[in-house]
Design a protein around this ligand. Structure first.
Ligand SMILES: Cc1cc2nc3c(=O)[nH]c(=O)nc-3n(C[C@H](O)[C@H](O)[C@H](O)COP(=O)(O)OP(=O)(O)OC[C@H]3O[C@@H](n4cnc5c(N)ncnc54)[C@H](O)[C@@H]3O)c2cc1C
Length: 207
C-alpha cells in the first residue's frame, strides 16, 4: 500500500485457477445484452511469467488506455443519438394525432431539429478526437470534455425523443425504450461525468 500507484502490476489470471470466482450476473436497468459480474480472487497463486508488462507499471498502463475507452464510449453515444433520431423520424411521419401526423406539429419538429443539431456538433467533436487519437495526440482533458458533452447529450436527446412516442415510448416492444435505458450508464462508467468535469476544470484552473 505504501507504494500507492507504483504498487500495482497487471497479471493474466486463468479463470480456472483455484480461488478465482465469478459473482452472479448483476441485474442492471439497461445493457441487458451484456453480462456484468464481480470477480473474486482469494489467495490465487499466479506465477511472475503471467505478469503483463513491467512490475509496478499496472496503474500507468490502465491510465494510458483511458482516452481510448472514453473515445469508444463517445462513439457509442453518437451512434445511439443517430439511431434514435432515425427511428423517431419514422414514427412521427407515420403516427397521427388530432388528424395530422406528429411530424407536422411544431414541438415535434423542434425536438427532432434539436436532436439533429446536437448530433452534428457531436459528430464534429468525435471526428476531431478520433483524428487526434490516430496521431497519438488525444489528451486526457480533450477526451474527458468529449465524453461528458456527448453522453449528457445522449441522455437529454433520447429522453426528449422518447417523449414523442407517448405511452408507446415506455413499452419494451418499442426500441426507443431500449435506447433510453441503455443510455443512462454512459454518464457513469469510464469515469463519471463529474470526474470528467474535474479533469477539465483542473486544466482550466491550473490545479
Ligand atoms: C454497467 C457497468 C459496467 C462497468 N464496467 C466497468 C469496467 O469494465 N471496468 C471498470 O473498471 N469499471 C467498470 N464500471 C465501474 C464504473 O467505472 C464506476 O461505477 C464509475 O467509475 C463510478 O465509480 P463508483 O461506482 O465507485 O462511484 P463513486 O466514486 O462512489 O461516485 C458516486 C458519486 O460521487 C461522485 N463523485 C465521486 N468522486 C467525486 C469527486 N472527486 N468530485 C465530484 N463528484 C465525485 C460521482 O461522480 C458519483 O456521482 C462499470 C460500471 C457499470 C455500472
Amino acid at each position: 500500500p505504501q507504494a500507492k500507484a507504483k504498487g500495482i502490476s497487471i497479471f493474466l489470471v486463468d479463470a480456472a485457477l483455484d480461488g478465482v470466482k465469478k459473482g452472479r450476473s448483476l441485474q442492471k436497468i439497461g445493457l441487458h445484452a451484456q453480462d456484468t459480474a464481480e470477480l473474486f480472487f482469494d489467495d490465487v497463486y499466479v506465477p511472475t511469467t503471467q505478469r503483463l508488462g513491467e512490475e509496478g507499471q499496472g496503474f500507468a498502463y490502465l491510465m494510458q488506455e483511458l482516452p481510448r475507452e472514453r473515445l469508444s464510449i463517445s462513439m457509442m453515444a453518437l451512434g445511439s443519438i443517430l439511431g434514435a433520431i432515425e427511428i423517431t423520424k419514422d414514427y412521427v411521419l407515420e403516427r397521427k394525432a388530432f388528424g395530422q401526423p406528429l411530424s407536422q406539429m411544431q414541438n415535434t419538429r423542434f425536438v427532432l431539429a434539436n436532436a439533429q443539431i446536437k448530433a452534428k456538433a457531436a459528430q464534429a467533436f468525435v471526428d476531431q478526437c478520433a483524428a487526434l487519437y490516430q496521431q497519438h495526440q488525444l489528451s486526457v482533458t480533450q477526451v474527458a470534455a468529449l465524453k461528458c458533452f456527448i453522453t449528457d447529450a445522449q441522455c437529454e436527446v433520447i429522453d426528449q425523443l422518447l417523449q414523442l412516442f407517448g405511452g408507446y415510448g415506455y413499452m419494451q416492444e418499442y426500441p426507443i425504450s431500449r435506447f433510453f435505458v441503455d443510455a443512462r450508464v454512459q454518464k457513469i462508467y469510464g469515469g463519471t461525468n463529474e470526474i470528467m468535469k474535474e479533469i477539465v476544470a483542473r486544466e482550466l484552473l491550473g490545479k
